[in-house]
Design a binder for this molecule. Structure first.
Ligand code: PAN
Ligand code: ZN
Length: 184
């Protein structure tokens, strides 16, 4: 009755391969409202990839008790003085938490609670981040090479991008005098 099986997926060289693996690409053109400097945005190549997400979804979206796994690669770059970053979101199922961990490159995990308090944690290879429920999360690549991080979240978390699209994060991460700083 016992069987020896091949794993569901393989995570090697920052790539995930296997069944039920999907890949989403976010180009600059998908992120029009994310960046502050509209003028700088207009003068950039909108077809360039800002980040992609490779994810393993072993169960259907919204399955209670299941887990999803993802690897996000954010390319280095800035729009004006703002670093390339993810859209950011709250989970639709607000109480669900998530783990992020740094794999390659350097960045910053920006978090915001429901009272709009914002804080950030440095990301680097080996950094481990617990994102509690009711906390919006976004990652910026503050380095000169790719930032790769992994994530694990509940399959019934869901992504609420609308709240961020409407009210934004209360603070943004920009480069000032060569260093990343959070500004209002
Ligand atoms: C991550 C994110 C991923 C891309 O897998 O979805 O890093 O960021 P955005 O979804 O904000 O564009 C996650 O937090 N899942 O819940
Ligand atoms: Zn999330």
């Amino acid at each position: 009755k016992s069987k020896i099986l091949f794993p569901k997926a393989i995570f090697t060289n920052n790539l995930l391969t296997g069944e039920s693996v999907k890949c989403d690409t976010r180009k600059l053109s998908d992120l029009e409202n994310i960046f502050l400097d509209k003028e700088a945005f207009r003068n950039m190549d909108l077809q360039q990839t800002v980040y992609n997400v490779n994810s393993l979804l072993p169960v259907k979206e919204n399955t209670p008790g299941g887990l999803f796994f993802g690897i996000t690669t954010i390319y280095p770059g800035k729009v004006g003085n703002e670093f390339f970053m993810t859209k950011g979101h709250f989970h639709s199922n607000l109480d669900t938490a998530e783990f992020y961990w740094g794999v390659e490159g350097e960045g910053m995990l920006i978090m915001m609670d429901m009272d709009r308090n914002v804080w950030a944690e440095r990301m680097f290879p080996g950094s481990l981040h617990y994102i509690p429920g009711k906390v919006a999360h976004r990652v910026a690549n503050t380095g000169y090479r790719k930032l790769v991080f992994s994530a694990c979240w509940p399959s019934d978390a869901g992504h609420d991008y609308k709240s961020i699209a409407k009210d934004d994060f209360a603070m943004r991460l920009i480069e000032k005098n060569g260093v990343p700083v959070l500004i209002k």
